[in-house]
Structures are given as structure tokens and as C-alpha cells.
Design a protein around this ligand. Structure first.
Ligand SMILES: [Zn+2]
Length: 107
């Protein structure tokens, strides 16, 4: 891959993007903010390590999950993506006594 077609990760990190770049398929140059957010929360080396632990056919889903978590952690540093689900549960709260809650940690 030439420098003009570096992935968003390599462009952000200002390095050459090689043919075997682990991040290139999941962080295309068309979405630079996605990697910037992921890098800020998890760090590039940790993201590489996490993706390499996952089978290749599931890496796309793992990258989406990592990006989702990073996005929400940036928006809500305290609760992260749990904060988004807490907001949903408040909006769609079950009527009292309808069924038990899944656990004491649930809002
Ligand atoms: Zn790359």
C-alpha cells in the first residue's frame, strides 16, 4: 500500500501502511475520526493486539465493537457505552412489578 492510500490508523500514526497492516481493513482512510477515537481510548498497540486475538472472520465485528465503545467512552467518560444503555432503559422502563430486574447493577 502506498503512502497515498494509507489506512486511517497509519495516517494518524504517521507511518507507512504495509500490505499486512492489521488495522487497514477496519479503519479505512475515509473514516479518520473512527480511528482517532479508538486510539485515544484504547491505544493503537492495544487495538492491534485485541484484533489479532480474534479470528479473522470476526475482526470486523470486533473492530466495530471497539469503535462503538470508544465513541461512547469519549461522550461519557464515566459510564461509556453502559451510559447509553442506561439512557435507553430509563426511556423504556418496565412497569413496576412486571418482572424482576437482571441484577442490582441495573438502573
Ligand atoms: Zn495501515
Amino acid at each position: 500500500m502506498s503512502n497515498s492510500t494509507r489506512c486511517a490508523a497509519c495516517r494518524y500514526l504517521r507511518r507507512r501502511c504495509t500490505e499486512d497492516c492489521v488495522l487497514a481493513p477496519y479503519f479505512p482512510s475515509t473514516h479518520p475520526d473512527r480511528f482517532a477515537c479508538v486510539h485515544r481510548i484504547f491505544g493503537a498497540s492495544n487495538v492491534c493486539r485485541m484484533l489479532q486475538l480474534v479470528p479473522v472472520e470476526q475482526r470486523g465485528q470486533a473492530a466495530d465493537s471497539i469503535a462503538y465503545e470508544a465513541y461512547w467512552r469519549m461522550r461519557d467518560p464515566v459510564y461509556g457505552c453502559v451510559g447509553s444503555s442506561r439512557g435507553c432503559s430509563r426511556r423504556y422502563r418496565r412497569p413496576r412489578g412486571s418482572s424482576p430486574r437482571p441484577g442490582p447493577w441495573w438502573p
